[in-house]
Design a protein around this ligand. Structure first.
Ligand SMILES: [Zn+2]
Length: 139
């Protein structure tokens, strides 16, 4: 999570969210911050970029043994993408009550109708992750 926090502020004009994908041995495969403002791409959330980069590095869209660590509870798009990537474990920091899809507003990652459900750990370094968001929106 510390690594995710460090990449969260890569693009100062973007909402500070950082995501990192690790393989089963704990090796970092990819990391990304939000690049929506930087690239003008509405889908350029940190999680999507980290998943794409990890898949391109491993040469497979299946990231079954991998862990996605992200500073903020994923939205519906990102939760859907990590289920499609068969991510083994999701770890997130702060809860996002307005758009969260990992337990807040929706629970896409634990929906029994889907064929894959990652293991989920929430609230990791929650205070630091939430502070980063609060600091951004105060500016
Ligand atoms: Zn998202």
């Amino acid at each position: 999570m510390r690594r995710a926090l460090s990449v969260a502020s890569s693009f100062p004009e973007d909402v500070p969210v950082g995501a990192v994908v690790f393989d089963s041995s704990g090796t970092e495969l990819a990391a990304a911050g939000n690049e929506r403002e930087a690239t003008g791409d509405p889908t350029a959330h940190a999680e999507i970029l980290a998943l794409r980069r990890a898949a391109s590095r491993t040469g497979s869209w299946r990231l079954e043994d991998c862990t996605l660590v992200v500073t903020l509870e994923p939205c519906t798009m990102c939760a859907g993408a990590l289920v499609l990537a068969r991510i083994g474990t999701l770890v997130f920091g702060a809860w996002e009550p307005k758009t969260g899809a990992a337990g807040s507003l929706w629970d896409v990652v634990r929906d029994r109708r889907l064929n894959h459900r990652p293991e989920v750990y929430s609230g990791v370094l929650e205070a630091e992750c939430a502070d980063l968001m609060r600091g951004f929106f105060r500016r």
